[in-house]
Every structure is written in structure tokens, then in C-alpha cells.
Design a protein around this ligand. Structure first.
Ligand SMILES: [Fe+2]
Ligand SMILES: [Fe+2]
Length: 482
């Protein structure tokens, strides 16, 4: 347990993986570093690379105090390689090799599959930084700007985490993959990021908060599944990433919550009781609740696609091999092999959407997605409490899982928010009531024209947070803009 507690903070790359005595990997990472900085300068937060930002940096992996807060210029952030402490005598928790000692080296027969899992996870990390790079210019406060940049530098660190595994365990192939991770670009025609939702734009702050609520939460679920891996370095990497990831979802949940709160407050002050009086609400320069619902519909459905096909041989193989487990595998009470178990999968059939039992091994994506939906619902409930407390009759709801899907069982059907089938014509007629349209987008962007740079001040469409970061007072200068 002790090795991982000691973080070498002196070199170019802070780490607790013994880089100073691992010449080959140290050299490989030092060679990769300039390309990473080029990528960060090119694709990182636009216009704020010189600003001093009050950031947390991971400086340890112990349960008490793993982070340090201080002013940092983002390009000088210490992107370290940190693994959670090793668990003594850890055993492969699931699959065909369940109960055997975990692997400290890549098992030869699973090399390709493991590399693919790491590359896909790695590709999402820089993608969101690219998607969010313009948002500093329209931040509703220095507090929010700082949170955006915190998320960005940590996604950068998550890229480092995956690149370390590639460089350390996958030789030449790993080096090439590490280069490719810097070459692909979100939304690029010729070399896009690997997964759909990571090629969408994040045009405004409501989208950013929805993204961190819904899409970073997919990240959490994937990391949870990989944290169970029998390949111990991957497990330990993901376990530490999860401690940082929690803040990203906090940013999303409280961000949307504060927008909802401000809208309700403005409605109450103006004496508007009907949330669907959209023009009246918008005249108050706050975002109406139905538009917030539409954004949630969009980001939820885009994120569900990230779970892949509900029934998947790849997922079955990765589990069987002991590489990728289930959400909280170690807390589940079954045989952890799933060779005979079944799991219900939702499928569109003639006229009805039906639940059908399929072999549990092939339904692992469906299962992870189910766990994800439950996790989302908890945050949605908290938003709804804000609305209810304001005395307004409106409830934010997750749309049906078949709504607006491009991947999996529902990709070739059209449904409404409740999961009723729609024809092409019906979809076209109803689309604008279910998803943000150009007019909604223009309105949202009209509220977010500049950033608010005065400590303690907030744009009119969002409520201030209840507490500061690192317990700082309300007028703390989270970003010193150069
Ligand atoms: Fe991440
Ligand atoms: Fe994240």
C-alpha cells in the first residue's frame, strides 16, 4: 500500500509510478509531452492560457488530502500520472479467470481488446476539452470559469493517464496510439474523435452543464466498469480518475440546478405561474424551463448512444476475459461469470416496445446503461425539488431511452419522449417541441454574450452557488485574467 502514497513531484511529470527508475517510459513520455502542450495551446481554453486560475492539482492519492489548491497558468499545470494504491492480493473479480491473481502485465491473448478499451477511453478525454474551448469567453462568473478550466485540465490529466498505460504496456503500438490521440479532433471531417457525442458542439453554458451532468456521468460509469478490471494498472488508474470525475458531475448538476433556481426566482418575482408562458419568461432574461427540458432531452439521448449496442459481443468478450466489469461488480451478489444468467433488454418490435430476456453476458452494455439512468434520475430529482420549492408546477423528466437514438436497438425507429412510435412526418412536426431548435439556441446565446469578470458577480440567468470552491468567500477572485 505504501508505494503509491509517495508522489515524485520534482520531475517534469509528477507521478507515483516510479518513472525516475523507468528510463524507457520516462523518455517516451518526455517525447510525447511537447506534442501534448502544442495540442493544449491549440485546442485548450481559448483566450485564457495566460490567466492565473485557482486550480486544484492532484498531489497524492491518500484518502485525506490528495489535492492542492493554488493559482496556476493552465499550460503550466502539473499533469501527473497517479495510480490509486495497490490492493494487497487483489484477485480478478469476474469472468472466466475469476479468483486468479490480477495481471500486472498485459495478458498476451487479450492485448488487442485491452488496447482498444484504453484508446476509446483515452479519446474521450481531450475531446471534451476541444468541445469546451470557446466557453471561457461567455462564463457567467469567475467561479464558473474556474470550474470549466478545472474540468479541462483534469480531462487533460485523464489523457495522460491513458497515454501512460499505452506507453508503458503496449510498446510501439502504444506509442502510435498516443500520437493518434493528439491528432484526432472533435468534430473534424477527416479525423474526428471516435465516439459520436464527442463530436457534437458545446455551444453555450447550459450545454456545458448538461454535458458534464450527462456525458461526464457516462465517463464515470465507464471508469467504474474499468476500475473493476483484472488488468491491475488500468483498475488503479481508473480508481484515481473517479475521485476527480466526481467534481465534473458536481459542476453539471449544480450548474443546471442554479439555472433552474434563477428561472423560478425570476418567474416568482414577476408573478408568472405558467412555465409554458415562454415569451414572458424569456423577457425576464432567464431560460424557460421547457427549453431546459429540451436540452436535457438532447444530451441524455446523445449520451445513451455512448453505451453502444444493448446486445454486444465485444462487451461479452471484455467481461469474459476479465477486462471490463459491471458497475460496482465487487458489490454484486452473483457468480460473476454470467455464463447462464439472463438480463432483460428493451427492444422495439412490431407496434410495441418489449422487454426480452437475453444472455446476461451479451447484455452488459444494457445493464451499465440501466445503472446510468438510475444515477441520472437522482440528480434530476434534486432539480425538481428546486422547482417544487419555488411553488411552480413543472417536472424535468428523462425522455424514454428509445428517443432520438442513433446506436443500438432503437436506431431505426422514431419515438416521442414517452416512447410512442412516430412516423417521419410526425417526428418532423414534433421535433421542435422535443429538442432545442434554432430559435431556442439563438435565445440562449443572446443571454451569453460576454463573460462576467468581477469577483462575486453572476450573470442574470444563473443563481450564485451556495458555497465557494475550497471554502473561499463569495467575492473570491477565482481567475486572474491576464
Ligand atoms: Fe475524464
Ligand atoms: Fe470528466
Amino acid at each position: 500500500m505504501t508505494d503509491a502514497m509517495n508522489v515524485d513531484y520534482d520531475g517534469l511529470i509528477p507521478n507515483n509510478v516510479g518513472l525516475s527508475t523507468d528510463e524507457r517510459v520516462k523518455k517516451a513520455l518526455e517525447k510525447w509531452h511537447p506534442g501534448y502542450i502544442d495540442w493544449w495551446m491549440d485546442m485548450g481554453p481559448e483566450g485564457f492560457q495566460e490567466a492565473l486560475v485557482y486550480l486544484r492539482t492532484a498531489v497524492g492519492v491518500g484518502s485525506n488530502g490528495w489535492a492542492r489548491f493554488d493559482y496556476v497558468r493552465m499550460p503550466e499545470y502539473k499533469w501527473g500520472i497517479l495510480l490509486a494504491p495497490a490492493v494487497t492480493d487483489r484477485r480478478i473479480p469476474f469472468g472466466a479467470n475469476k479468483g486468479e491473481p490480477v495481471w500486472q502485465e498485459v495478458p498476451g491473448e487479450h492485448r488487442a481488446m485491452l488496447r482498444r478499451l484504453i484508446v476509446i477511453q483515452g479519446d474521450t478525454e481531450p475531446a471534451s476539452v476541444e468541445q469546451q474551448r470557446h466557453l471561457g469567453k461567455t462564463a457567467p462568473s469567475l467561479y464558473d470559469m474556474r470550474n470549466l478550466f478545472q474540468v479541462n485540465v483534469e480531462e487533460g490529466r485523464h489523457l495522460w493517464a491513458m497515454v501512460y498505460l499505452l506507453q508503458k504496456y503496449f510498446g510501439n503500438d502504444g506509442r502510435e496510439e498516443a500520437e493518434e490521440l493528439l491528432r484526432r479532433r472533435s468534430g473534424d471531417q477527416d479525423s474526428p474523435r471516435m465516439l459520436g457525442a464527442f463530436n457534437e458542439s458545446t455551444p453555450d453554458w447550459l450545454s456545458f452543464f448538461m454535458f458534464t451532468f450527462f456525458t461526464d456521468r457516462d465517463g464515470k460509469m465507464q471508469l467504474e466498469a474499468l476500475a473493476q478490471s483484472g488488468f491491475d494498472p488500468l483498475s488503479r488508474t481508473c480508481r484515481f480518475m473517479l475521485t476527480e470525475e466526481a467534481h465534473h458531475m458536481f459542476v453539471g448538476e449544480t450548474g443546471v440546478g442554479r439555472i433552474v433556481q434563477r428561472t423560478c426566482q425570476a418567474m416568482n418575482q414577476a408573478g408568472i405561474t405558467d412555465p409554458f408562458e415562454i415569451e414572458c419568461v424569456r423577457a425576464l432574461d432567464v431560460i424557460d424551463l421547457p427549453t431546459i427540458q429540451k436540452k436535457a432531452n438532447l444530451h441524455f439521448s446523445l449520451t445513451l448512444d455512448l453505451f453502444g449496442s444493448e446486445v454486444s459481443t465485444n462487451a461479452a468478450n471484455a467481461f469474459h476475459a476479465g477486462l471490463k466489469g459491471r458497475y460496482r461488480e465487487d458489490k454484486l451478489d452473483d457468480d460473476h461469470r454470467l455464463e447462464t444468467a439472463t438480463y432483460p433488454v428493451l427492444r422495439p418490435t412490431d407496434g410495441v416496445i418489449q422487454s426480452m430476456d437475453v444472455p446476461a453476458l451479451s447484455a452488459l452494455n444494457m445493464r451499465l446503461r440501466d445503472d446510468y439512468v438510475k444515477d441520472c434520475q437522482k440528480g434530476i430529482d434534486r432539480w425538481n425539488r428546486v422547482i417544487a420549492n419555488a411553488g411552480i408546477t413543472f417536472e424535468i423528466r428523462l425522455p424514454h431511452v428509445g428517443f432520438n437514438r442513433k446506436i443500438g436497438e432503437f436506431k431505426s425507429v422514431l419515438t416521442d419522449l414517452e416512447g410512442n412510435y412516430l412516423t417521419q412526418e410526425e417526428w418532423a412536426a414534433q421535433r421542435d417541441r422535443m429538442l432545442p431548435n434554432a430559435e431556442d439556441q439563438t435565445f440562449i446565446e443572446s443571454l451569453m454574450q460576454t463573460s462576467v469578470g468581477v469577483p462575486g458577480e453572476y450573470a442574470g440567468w444563473i443563481a450564485p452557488p451556495r458555497v465557494g470552491i475550497d471554502n473561499k468567500p463569495g467575492d473570491f477572485e477565482y481567475v486572474r485574467i491576464a
